[in-house]
Design a protein around this ligand. Structure first.
Ligand code: GCV
Length: 642
């Protein structure tokens, strides 16, 4: 059965009323005019071709995808140099509502990052373990169902493209970075599906990208090697990608997960990641398309007894020696933390160590490790912290000024609310807004989203802020403590299992024993990871006294009685935050119950909050009991520990 998106998120018809009731002139044909025409048809306004207009949208000059909005007594004018810029200017006008039509200062805006990309981990076939969407918590794929393109649902993809464009997203990778046999063929005989999908995105200035298998020349081309320096391999890629770009002239390029978690890559031929990426770049560059090459490379078959290998170092060790070796049209895509999208990690040291390489910062909107769209977890505060982090201290640039692009793993699917948890829409919204302007604060972005989505009264607005503003820190408080990470159930990663990964090959350990917990990543006695940061953070992270509490167990192994900067011992911190976390989720549930909202949204979130409370209690009791049993130290407040 086809799901219908019944909740159009932050672009309800009412949001178009200020524009749709007016006389509007659009100087160029295409999406902007179509949107305005539809709004006027719905609200009684008029699309005019000449004469006086309340709103004029016009193309002028050349340059970037930004826009300017001027408002005076003669009316409002939106100008942009490109059609995509005009699309963004139109949506900015929608965001402004009635105030777009009252005289005020000129607004000029341009995107901080030229590429603002969403990566779907969608499979064509239903994967036996990962399903239709790997780490997808919002129903099925918008694009494929059980091996077939959802041709009948192309109109919904148009709505989706519109939703993404409305927050400034301009690139989408359509398929999973783990490329299985069927998905590999999207490059060749199944390319017509990508051609079809590209059309609705193109209307909104969004370019489509494809995740490809590095072994494609063997899988699809019948060659006996995928060696990037082999001439036959190079010419296979040049021909194949040339054909893709001919059929899809605005094709964005390819995304590659190579030599990672079983995906093939250049290591098999004794070649480097730069050799692999540059070969693809050479094939794509003549067509204006690019390569996204992921830095998520580590040994996933590590022996847990081996203390010399540190997964947190892996991307740095593999990639930083290649700084300057990548072609200009290659972007090295780096996860925000050195491990894997945990609720709390230090910012990846790779982001500060490759000044001669174009880098993209990759965050995870899909909530694999942050509650799987069953828990409220507004992620903008985390992303904003990362973007504002200054690896070289207060005098150096923030991450937002160091990387060239922002990428998020998508949290959307064919769920009626788009994102499974209706409040998870705010993460998609916030990603787009931060990628446009990283100086926006999480609270103001949330406020925009609340206004556009719910048209709320003051009480409702305050209630939504209460439930969402701090929900990431709440989530952090009842899950793995002090940055240690990975105390989740192996495989699906939902719910607690403190030792679930402790004796596995994945490189994700906490080393808890009767005396203490944490990973010694210092230079002095540990894996040396702390030394991968520039000054001053190398010193801060190395020092037991200076290290921020929230990252202590990521960087140090300490006794349970170690006193944190907060003045509490580690063990007492664990107990306090876990009791507190549950209390906060219960309070959020109570707050939600008192809000008057659309009944469907209210009911869905209420049910999810019940699950969140249940899960938070499970986390609290398992974590507290585990550490009580290990340490033998009781809670100073005498609360119930099992
Ligand atoms: C797409 C984590 C996830 C995997 C994901 C991988 C990646 O390990 O658990 O499902 O694979 O990250 O980012 O490539």
């Amino acid at each position: 059965m086809t799901n219908v998106i019944t909740h159009p998120a932050w672009l309800p018809a009412a949001a178009w009323r200020p524009i749709g009731t007016r006389r509007v002139r659009v100087d160029v044909p295409g999406t902007v005019r179509d949107e305005v025409e539809a709004a006027c048809a719905a609200h009684g306004g008029r699309l005019v071709t000449a004469g006086e207009a309340d709103l004029t949208l016009t193309l002028t000059g050349t340059g970037h995808d930004g826009y300017a909005i001027t408002r005076d007594d003669r009316g409002t004018t939106v100008t942009a140099a490109t059609h995509a810029g005009l699309v963004h200017g139109l949506f900015a006008t929608v965001r402004m509502g009635e105030s777009a039509f009252t005289p005020g200062p000129r607004v000029a805006s341009r995107p901080a990052f030229p590429r603002r990309m969403l990566d779907h981990w969608d499979n064509v076939d239903v994967h036996p373990v990962m399903g239709q969407v790997e780490r997808g918590y919002a129903g099925g794929s918008l694009f494929w169902s059980a091996g077939a393109l959802r041709t009948a649902d192309l109109p919904r993809i148009r709505d989706y493209a519109r939703l993404l464009a409305s927050v400034g997203i301009n690139a989408v990778a359509l398929n999973n970075v783990n490329v299985h046999a069927t998905e590999a063929r999207l490059l060749t005989d199944r390319l017509p599906e990508i051609e079809l999908l590209a059309e609705p995105f193109r209307r909104y200035g969004i370019r489509v990208h494809l995740a490809v298998s590095f072994a494609a020349p063997m899988l699809l081309g019948g060659l006996d090697t995928a060696d990037p320096l082999d001439p036959a391999v190079r010419s296979w890629w040049a021909l194949t990608l040339g054909e893709v770009c001919e059929r899809i002239p605005d094709f964005g390029g390819v995304l590659v997960k190579a030599d990672s978690e079983g995906q093939p890559g250049p290591f098999a031929y004794g070649r480097t990641h730069a050799d692999g990426a540059n070969m693809l770049a050479e094939a794509l560059a003549p067509h204006g398309a690019t390569v996204h090459w992921r830095a998520f490379v580590y040994d996933h078959r590590q022996d847990w007894r081996d203390r010399s290998t540190d997964r947190a170092r892996a991307a740095y060790d593999h990639f930083t020696p290649l700084d300057g070796a990548f072609a200009d049209t290659v972007t090295v895509q780096v996860k925000h933390g050195p491990m894997d999208f945990q609720p709390r990690e230090p910012v990846s040291p790779v982001l500060a160590a490759m000044p001669r390489t174009r880098l993209a910062l990759e965050v995870q909107a899909t909530q694999e490790y942050t509650g799987q769209q069953k828990h409220v977890c507004y992620l903008a505060p985390m992303w904003s912290e990362i973007l504002r982090f200054r690896p070289r201290g207060d005098d150096g640039p923030p991450i937002a000024g160091t990387v060239g692009e922002l990428v998020a793993v998508a949290n959307t699917g064919d769920d009626p609310f788009w994102t499974g948890h209706p409040l998870a829409q705010a993460n998609l919204y916030a990603f787009g807004r931060l990628a446009w302007d990283p100086s926006l604060t999480p609270a103001e972005i949330l406020d925009e989203w609340i206004t556009l989505t719910f048209d709320p009264d003051d009480g409702t607005r305050a209630g939504l802020h209460d439930v969402m503003d701090d929900s990431w820190r709440t989530y952090e408080s009842y899950t793995a403590p002090l940055g240690v990470g990975f105390m989740v159930r192996p495989g699906h990663h939902y719910g607690p299992d403190v030792d679930g990964y402790e004796y596995t090959p994945w490189g994700t350990y906490h080393f808890a024993d009767r005396d203490g917990v944490g990973v010694d990543r210092t230079v002095a006695t540990g894996t040396g990871f702390a030394g991968l940061y520039p000054y001053p953070w190398n010193g801060v992270y190395e020092s037991l006294t200076d290290c921020p509490d929230e990252l202590l167990l990521f960087l140090h192994h300490v006794p349970y009685t170690h006193v944190l900067r907060s003045g509490r011992t580690v063990i007492q911190h664990i107990y306090d935050t876990h009791f507190d976390g549950v209390t906060r989720v219960e309070a959020a549930r109570e707050r939600w119950r008192r809000l008057a909202l659309d009944p469907d949204v209210h009911a869905r979130v209420a049910a999810l909050l019940d699950e969140q409370v249940r899960s938070a209690i499970e986390w609290r009791d398992q974590i507290n009991t585990y550490f009580f049993r290990k340490s033998g130290i009781g809670d100073t407040h005498g609360r119930m520990i099992y």
